[in-house]
Ligand binder design. Sequence first.
Ligand code: GTP
Ligand code: MG
Length: 449
Amino acid sequence: MISDTIAQISTAIGQGAISIVRLSGEESINIVNKIFKGDNLEKVDTHTVHYGHIIYKDKAIDEVLVTVFRAPKTFTTEDIVEINCHGGVFVANKILEILFLEGARSANPGEFTERAFLNGRIDLTQAESVMDIIEAKSDFSLSLANKGLDGEIYKLIVDLRTDLLNIIAHIEVNIDYPEYDDVIELSNNLIKPKIESLITKIKKLINKSNYGKIIKDGLKTAIIGRPNVGKSSILNALLREDKAIVTKIQGTTRDVVEGSINIGGIILNLIDTAGIRESSDLIENIGISKAKKMIEEAELILFVLENNQALTKEDEELLKLTEHKKRIVIINKTDLNKELTHKFENSVQISALHKTGIDNLEKLIKDMFLSGEVNIIDQTYISNARHIGKLNDTLNSLYDSIKAIQEELPIDFPEIDLKTAWATLGEIIGDTSTTSLLDELFAKFCLGK
Ligand SMILES: Nc1nc2c(ncn2[C@@H]2O[C@H](COP(=O)(O)OP(=O)(O)OP(=O)(O)O)[C@@H](O)[C@H]2O)c(=O)[nH]1
Ligand SMILES: [Mg+2]
C-alpha cells in the first residue's frame, strides 16, 4: 500500500502564464489546506476549484486556484490536489518547497502515472501511452497513443492470453476428451493447430508493428550521395530552412546535420551526411565513415545524383551499398540541361536550387509508406519497442511448445512453454502474477463444466 504524499510541478519548467503544482496521496488535501487561505479544502466537494492565496509564515506567496479531486475517481485513484499558480519558475518552486516542508515528498519522474498503474486504474500499456501522448510528434502518433490509453493494446494482449488460456485448459482437461485416448494424438490434432493459429496471429501483429513504430518514432532518413550533388540543398528545401551549409566546394558537409519534417503524418528524421568519396582530409573522412554508418541504420535512403553528370564509380558503389534498403533516387539539378539516361525505380527529378519537384518527392515518400494503408488511423498498432520484444519472446516460447509436441515429449513440456508465453504476454500489460493464471484457468473450468 502506498501511503506517502507526492508533489511535483506538472507543467514545463520555464516562464509561462500558469504552472501547475500537483500532489497525490492521503495527505494531499490536508497539506495544501495548511498553507491555503480561502475555502476550507477539507470540507469542499470533490472535483471543485477554489480561489485563494498560498500563505507561508504569514507571507503571501501567490494568488492561486486550487482544484481538489477526492479518491477514488482521480488519475492515481488517490486524493489529488492541483495548485494553479503563476507561471514563474521561482514561484512554482517556492510553493513546491513549502509543500515539502509541510510533509509532501518529491515525486520521481512518472510517479503519478506509476501510482495509477500500481493502484490498478490503468494497465502498463496505458501507462506507457501517457508517455507516448506527451511525446507525440504528429496527428497519427497522437491518435495511436490515445488508442493505447483507451486500452486497445491491453485488449489485444488480453485476447491473445485468452487464446493461450484455452489451449492450456485443453491440456489440463485432456482426460475429459474421450475421443482422444492417446495424449500424443490429442497434442497433434487438437493442441498443435491451436498453437499454430496463435503464432500466425502474433506474427501479423509484429508485422503491423513496424508501421506502428514508424508512426510513433518517425523514419530515420539518410540523404546520401557523392560530394556536391546537392544533399544539403535538399535537406534545406525539405526543412524549408537554411539549416545545412551549402557551397560549391566539394566536401562542404563534414558532420551529420539533422532535422525533422512531417509529411502527411509521417515524421521524417532527416540526416544530411558528408558526400562519400576518397579523401585525404581527416575530418572529412570521419564524416564519410559516419555517413556509411548512417546508411546501415537508416530506414529510408534518399540517394542523390546529379542530372548533368554520368554515373561515376562512386555512384555505382553507393547504389550497390543501398540496394537492399528502402530507397528513393533523387535526380537533382534538373535545371542544368543534360538528361540522365539511367532509369531507377522510385525516382524523382528535382531542382533543390529552384525548389521544384520537392512536392513530388514528398508524395513519393508518402505513397511508399502509406499506400494501401488509408485506414492507418483506424487501426491499432503495437508501436512500443518493449511490447514488440515481448511479443517476439512469446513467439519463441510458442515455437518451443510446437517443437516439444513434434518430439512427442510428455505433455507437461509444451505446457511449460505455453505458461511461459502466458507470463511474457502478461509482462506487456504488467500482470505477471502466476496466481492470475490459476485464477483465470479456474474461472474457465467453472464456465465450461
Ligand atoms: N544548378 C543547381 N545547382 C544546385 C542544385 N542543388 C544544389 N546546387 C548547388 O550545388 C552545390 C553543392 O550543393 P550542396 O547542397 O552543398 O551539395 P552536397 O551534396 O551537400 O555537398 P557536400 O556536402 O560537399 O557533400 C552548391 O553550389 C549548390 O548551390 C540544383 O538543383 N541546381
Ligand atoms: Mg552537404
